[in-house]
Design a protein around this ligand. Structure first.
Ligand code: NAP
Ligand code: GDD
Length: 357
């Protein structure tokens, strides 16, 4: 019998939200998955908890800031597909660290593309581009909408996006940009607004937190589920020709609406009073203030409205998101409720033990 060789995928940013969903997706498809982990940090592998022992998963030390480490990994692995997900991915933080963000997100991508060109030019390359590229261009945004970055994060991602197109045109590399709108999950980092909200809602419900502080409530985003979006990444690399595609749900909501939707999952109705930085969200039943504005959480320059038109991905790739906004938020709140109750139980046991001692 002829032995079949498994396809090899290399993922940068494997320990992030998308990295963990993509790893599971590719392992289920029968790939051998290799991941690059910066600083070999064991505690960062938490999101990979359910696949860490998988025989087809291998982690390598490497850093987007260190070209030699990328060369070493590409030389060793010789991947068929490369998914470049690594980034300093927090837009707000990029205003505090513009140079670092440019180095990881922008130059890091150039380093990886150059390593691929020299060491495995027949591999296929996926770049994690972002709807942030559009800045405040009017919604809905599609592949031909003007890109007007509003943050150091977006500026660095625009450089990376262009380098992918340059590699494609100059060297005929199979390199594609996925221009992804916001996508979330219970594994989302706690600094992003969806997870910050769902975690706070759960903690407020179980009584371990009193109030949720937020910045701009008027910003609107097109929020989908990460599981749907990693499937789209893979679909892009299965095409004969490389190209750029938007993945989006086509629906947008304000941060204020997100807060209402998340509290509704635990049967709390929020009513709003006051304007601008004086605005407060109260529990309709008790009158207690549960949400308030913290001016420090505003960005120096924010993107007001992102809502994507994913017609091209639908028509060419056959991609469609399966999870609705309401189901996404319910899943996240329910998962955070589980954690919040576990934590509360653990705290009670410790307190009892301390009192008994
Ligand atoms: P994430 O959870 O923040 O994950 C980012 C990953 O990059 C982490 O594994 C992180 O590792 C790694 N990383 C950071 N600096 C690195 C470095 N110098 N070298 C190697 N790895 C490094 O982000 P995500 O939400 O999964 O997003 C994945 C990618 O898609 C990112 O490029 C993001 O900018 C882009 N994107 C995300 C969305 C979205 O809505 N989620 C939308 C559009 C585009 P450590 O944690 O160990 O630092
Ligand atoms: N993080 C955060 N924290 N955002 C807040 C808060 C808060 O307390 N209060 C209001 N917001 C607003 C932000 O100002 C922004 O307008 C919106 O909520 C969404 O913020 P994030 O969840 O941090 O996501 P993002 O849209 O800036 O960036 C995410 O999506 C991009 C794709 O559009 C990240 O995943 C990026 O990496 C990704 O490229």
């Amino acid at each position: 019998m002829k032995a079949t060789t498994l396809k090899k995928a290399l993922i940068t940013g494997i320990t992030g939200q998308d990295g963990s969903y993509l790893t599971k997706f590719l392992l289920d498809k029968g790939y051998k998955v290799h991941g690059i982990v910066p600083r070999g940090e064991v505690e960062c592998k938490g999101r990979l908890f359910n696949v860490l022992d998988h025989p087809h998963l291998t982690l390598h030390d490497g850093d987007m800031l260190d070209g030699a480490s990328l060369h070493r990994v590409l030389m060793t692995v010789q991947p068929d597909e490369i998914y470049n997900l690594a980034a300093q991915s927090h837009v707000g933080f990029s205003f505090h660290a513009p140079e670092y963000t440019a180095n990881v997100n922008g130059l890091g991508t150039a380093r990886l593309l150059e390593a691929m060109r020299l060491l495995c030019p027949n591999a296929r390359f996926y770049q994690a581009s972002s709807s942030e590229l559009f800045g405040n261009a009017p919604a809905p945004q599609c592949e031909t909408t003007n890109m007007v970055p509003c943050s150091p994060y977006a500026a660095a991602k625009l450089y990376a996006y262009s380098m992918v197109q340059i590699a494609r045109k100059s060297y005929k590399l199979h390199a594609s940009n996925g221009i992804l709108f916001n996508h979330e999950s219970p594994l989302r980092g706690e600094d992003f607004v969806t997870r910050k909200v769902t975690k706070a809602v759960a903690a407020i419900k179980v009584g371990t937190q009193n109030i949720l502080e937020l910045g701009n409530l008027d910003a609107r985003r097109d929020w989908g589920h990460a599981a749907d979006y990693v499937r789209g990444m893979w679909m892009m690399l299965q095409q004969d020709q490389p190209d750029d595609y938007i993945l989006a749900s086509g629906e947008s909501h304000s941060v204020r609406y997100l807060v209402e939707a998340a509290f509704k999952v635990v049967n709390i109705n929020i009513t709003w009073q006051g304007r601008f930085t004086e605005e407060q969200g109260r529990d309709q039943k008790t009158g207690k203030v549960l949400v308030r504005i913290n001016r420090d959480l505003y960005r120096p320059n924010d993107v007001h409205h992102l809502c994507g038109d994913a017609s091209k991905a639908r028509e060419v790739l056959g991609w469609q998101p399966a999870v609705s906004f309401d189901d996404l938020i319910s899943e996240m709140v329910e998962e955070d409720m589980r954690f919040a109750l576990q934590n509360k139980r653990a705290e009670t046991i410790i307190l009892k033990a301390e009192n008994a001692a």
